[in-house]
Design a protein around this ligand. Structure first.
Ligand SMILES: *Cc1c(COP(=O)(O)O)cnc(C)c1O
Length: 395
């Protein structure tokens, strides 16, 4: 009987398998000194736009850059409110603040962990009013305009986008998809009667290629997708000091370019992404089967019929999370928590004045969720071992 440790994520094997192709990318960059911009960046932007069914892609330095530039380019201004969910990585709200706006939150759906569009509706109808002059929505208590919403496609599954897009349209909000965990995820739009790719649904979308994401660089990288040429143009300016051509600065921008070497690595890895996402789905199905019958002790991920998740993470819910993690740690099964503290209660946001109980669904999730090992290449035996140990711990 094998008692090999089960890692949470294996980033070594995949890079070993692709080593020759990745080294070729390095050689091309070294032989041409093409480190910034150039054909490898352009190629990846084309490849990734196609993969997302989006017309345009702008490679940037990270997912955080992508979110920040997307928000600014979508028209978010200093002093605006941008609405998102409390159960996301802090980069989502950092980008909102760094765009000069104020993050505000609505609670999530208990089963999908994504933005609950009914809560967004309630927020817009009850906490907001329309300016009689401009008809713009503003937050009653603060008087600030509410100009955008950032649904987060958490754990590899999109938010329920139809109602979000509909609300955004009737309230004049821009929708910036945080697709950082959802490269390849699909959403069935009833309104359009077709499957749509994450990154092609909102006005603009942000992706991260942090190494642990479904599509990961060998370092930092990110991208923006959009069908809006004006938004794309502003993002291209923002990533490169506001330059429209060298030393001609139309606006102030940032240093937020995608490295040519990372773009080359990403193009190589993108060719395998659909297969890897398929392997993640198979792993998720196998977990579901192995856990079947134990749903009274463990809540499994919920995939509505409108979602095709790419299972960036496989997140379950248990009563005694600390106890389970301790037991699994002792027997060599690695786990994670994404994320342990809802953002409105995190120290950095003390100043926003939220208190426990403000977003009860997100808070409860934060206390009970645990992420089990999930990566392409996770074997059936490893999964059996994980499930056996989880069920032992919960018995
Ligand atoms: C990873 C991630 C980000 C940030 O991406 P970086 O590339 O690390 O800057 C933003 N939002 C979510 C939901 C993420 O998972």
């Amino acid at each position: 009987m094998s008692h090999d440790n089960v890692p949470f994520l294996d980033l070594v094997t995949v890079h070993r398998e692709l080593q020759d192709e990745l080294v070729e990318v390095m050689k091309t960059a070294l032989n041409t000194a093409g480190f910034i911009g150039g054909p490898m960046v352009k190629q990846f932007e084309e490849d990734f736009a196609r993969f997302c069914d989006a017309q345009l892609c702008i490679g940037v330095g990270s997912g955080t850059d992508a979110l920040r530039f997307a928000l600014i380019a979508a028209g978010v201004k200093a002093g605006d409110i941008v609405v998102t969910v409390p159960n996301t990585f802090i980069a989502t709200t950092e980008a909102i603040s760094q765009a000069g706006a104020h993050p505000d939150f609505v609670d999530i759906d208990e089963r999908t962990y994504a933005l609950d569009s009914e809560k967004l509706r309630a927020y817009l109808e009850q906490a907001c009013e329309r300016d009689p002059q401009t008809n713009q929505v503003r937050h009653k208590a603060s008087g600030r305009p509410v100009t955008a919403v950032v649904p987060v496609h958490l754990y590899g599954q999109t938010a329920d986008m139809d109602p979000i897009m509909e609300l955004a349209e009737s309230y004049g909000l821009k929708v910036i998809e945080d697709a950082c965990q959802a490269q390849g995820a699909e959403y069935f739009s009833k309104k359009e009667n077709r499957w749509r790719k994450a990154g092609s649904i909102g006005h603009v979308a942000a992706f991260s290629f942090y190494p642990g994401k479904n599509l990961g660089a060998c370092g930092e990288a990110g991208a923006i997708t959009t069908n809006d040429e004006q938004v794309a143009h502003t993002c291209r300016l923002l990533r490169e000091h506001g330059q429209s051509k060298k030393y001609y600065h139309d606006i102030e921008g940032y240093n937020g370019r995608l490295d040519a070497i990372q773009a080359g690595f990403l193009s190589v890895k993108l060719q395998h992404l659909s297969r890897w996402n398929g392997q993640r789905r198979e792993c998720a199905e196998r977990y579901n089967k192995l856990f079947a019958g134990s749903e009274n002790k463990i809540t499994l991920p919920h995939q509505p019929d409108w979602a095709r998740s790419v299972f960036h993470l496989y997140v379950v819910r248990v009563e005694d999370r600390a106890g389970l993690q301790k037991r699994l740690d002792e027997v060599g099964v690695a786990t994670g928590v994404h994320y342990p503290i809802a953002l409105h209660l995190t120290k950095a946001y003390e100043g926003l004045g939220f208190k426990p109980g403000d977003f009860p669904i997100a808070e409860k999730a934060a206390d009970h969720i645990v992420s089990l090992p999930m990566f392409p290449g996770l074997t059936a035996d490893q999964q059996k071992r994980v499930v056996t140990e989880v069920l032992k711990a919960l018995a």
